[in-house]
Design a protein around this ligand. Sequence first.
Ligand code: SF4
Length: 331
Amino acid sequence: MQLENYEGILSGEKKAKFLEAKNYRLDFEEDFTLEELWQIHGEAVENLKCGKFQEKGKSCLLDLKREIAWKMLASCEFCERRCRADRKAGKRGVCGVLGTRIASEFLHFGEEPMLVPSHTVFFAGCTFKCVFCQNWDISQYPENGVYLSPEKMAAIVRARHTVSLNVNWVGGDPTPNLPFILDVLHNLDISLPQIWNSNMYMSTETMNLLDGIVDLYLADFKYGNNDCAENLSGVKNYMEIVLRNHKLANQQCDLLIRHLVMPGHVDCCSLPMLDLISRELENKNLMLNIMDQYRPEYKAHEIPGMDRRITNREYQTVLKHAKSLGFSCVP
Ligand code: SF4
């Protein structure tokens, strides 16, 4: 079984992690500093990992995570851009997201076979500026959606869960919307796997808050070097940050890595990335999806070499290399 945690929740043998975070009781006060809250959080997460439950307390671990996330909003560092924008006071960071805007939500039948039907929630806004983005009309326009209250969103999740296998938080990127997502979970009591579908450029603080909440990371690993990441997505230190987060995700729960093969980027990105994750990640509870659907969207026509689809030879080279390294690939 490759996605042991995810499949365990579907079969009813396990519970969605966020429910455990709701059952773990603890105490904190609203006027505690972030440092004090992180201290309590660290102890609680470690206890949970060792199977130690705490049954007494006015509050719970999920509420502590919400408290930290909402406090962080006053100096936003949810992703490694670390803008420190006071989003509570209406200041925008690089992603441009203030309050949450939902661009769409629906039952998605086009995701990996083991995930469908997937209740996919698309947030407007993104922490990346990919020149080839296929969802650029929502990722680069953070106001391009509607506000739903967390209570309303939870009601929609409940209504869809008789059919959906999971909730799939995506965008754009879910990262700037972490407080909202935690509030939705506060209003939810069904054991439905939570999928974090992301570019994986989260800060370590965000990774800590997601620990014990996310059941499966659906994680992009787009590049094999920092220059391509900076040129095509406008981000710095891509390799160090995204590798670190893949390692953390690999320790926390299941990990399904998506890699979109890009034209002319097999030797500089696809193959070195595969070699790297083969060396650095545990091949346990891990799957790979090598994707061939690159289309020259958005500003891709302005970038030499990015204005075409990939060839079959490019795709087969990457797929063959992934299999030769022993990865389990989505068919
Ligand atoms: S989530 Fe947005 S505002 Fe916050 S650090 Fe990242 S880019 Fe900046």
